[in-house]
Design a protein around this ligand. Structure first.
Ligand code: DP6
Length: 338
């Protein structure tokens, strides 16, 4: 048997998609129907430790201090089987994962969770993977997790191969941040938590499948992605936050329109979500650089600049039904904790 440390700990940061991932081309390998583009966030962090132990008779998962059972545990076990097969290891694992933000509320906890897991589990099992291989492995756990292996702006490739070996994420070089730059980099994200931040009604995995199956707008949504991806990448290269923001809003609205047109409908927006969107539009009409995006939950994430972040946060915090506001700078790549 190869030498393995058997235990490891890693940290990863959540990411928010600016061009969304919504739909799969293959369920078994968890392959996205199209690419996506995201920003990894400093303020949303998951720390995960993995310990393989031959004395265990099943995998264990503790999430934010509470033992997990059911779907979350069986999903983790199926994913750990991939790592075990690759490492030639049969031991079950004890996984302890802690988020510093509300889980399962549309704040992309599965992204940072499976990115941290990919790093911790492979390291514990004695595997040494390249960032691309880690991204592919994280994707098997959750599509958006492939992006959280990297920091800053990240692009996820759809790929065309059946085994998913070309479906991984890569960091986008956004250039050196120059605070005096008139093109208004560096970017920030301000997150308005709508309601209590509790568990969402439609998990993204089930919702995107239901949408693909029943929504007459799903095909139109998918057709919008390649053009948005290219335009967003061009906007980042040109450090054009206005253009990037416009594309982000369009991509989010297009995804939600497809979801809403599902039968039965999937509606993530709440009245407070709409109030936040309205506020962002009002801020923009006054010259504040602010652009919203929403995921599989009611919360509103606003792309803005360092200069305008405070004003955006203050305006969002005043809205009835917003329970908390989080300001974040771009975050780093996933890392092992010694
Ligand atoms: C709306 O990555 O959670 O946040 O691959 O089934 O685990 P699975 O889906 P997941 O979907 C994320 C959907 C989204 C948009 C995005 O992050 O791109």
């Amino acid at each position: 048997m190869t030498q393995r440390p058997m235990r490891a700990r890693a940290r990863a940061h959540a990411n928010i998609a600016l061009v969304k991932y919504w739909g799969k081309r293959d369920r078994e390998h968890n392959l996205p129907a199209e690419g996506s583009l995201s920003l990894t966030l400093q303020a949303l962090q998951t720390t995960t430790s993995v310990r393989f132990d031959p004395a265990l008779d099943s995998d264990r998962l503790t999430l934010d201090g509470t033992p997990a059972t059911g779907k979350a545990l069986s999903r983790l076990s199926a994913w750990l089987d991939i790592v075990r097969a690759r490492a030639g290891c049969s031991a079950f694992a004890d996984v302890v994962s802690d988020n510093d933000f509300p889980t399962a509320s549309g704040l992309a906890s599965s992204a940072s969770a499976y990115a941290a897991l990919a790093l911790a589990a492979t390291s514990a099992a004695g595997l040494s993977l390249t960032p691309t291989e880690l991204s592919i492995l994280a994707r098997r756990g959750s599509g958006s997790a492939a992006r959280s292996i990297f920091g800053g702006f990240v692009r996820m490739h759809r790929g065309t191969r059946e085994d998913g070996s070309d479906s991984y994420a890569q960091p986008i070089d956004a250039g050196e941040a120059d605070e005096s730059d008139e093109t208004t980099w560096p970017v920030r994200m301000v997150i308005a938590i709508v309601g209590d931040g509790g568990a969402k009604k439609h998990p993204s995995r089930d919702a995107m499948e239901h949408c693909a199956r029943t929504s007459p707008l799903y095909a139109g949504w998918l057709a919008s992605v390649p053009g948005d991806l290219q335009a967003a990448a061009d906007a980042i290269a040109a450090r054009d936050i206005r253009r990037l923001g416009d594309i982000s809003e369009s991509s989010a609205l297009c995804m939600h329109a497809a979801a809403m047109a599902s039968r039965p409908a999937i509606v993530y927006f709440r009245p407070t979500t709409m109030s936040c969107m309205e506020t962002v539009r009002a801020l923009r009409s006054r010259g504040v650089l602010a652009y919203y995006t929403m995921d599989a939950g009611p919360h509103v994430k606003v792309l803005t600049t360092k200069e305008h972040a405070r004003e955006v946060a203050t305006a969002l915090a005043r809205i009835d039904g917003v329970s908390r506001v989080i300001e974040s700078a771009p975050g780093p790549k996933a890392e092992l904790i010694p």
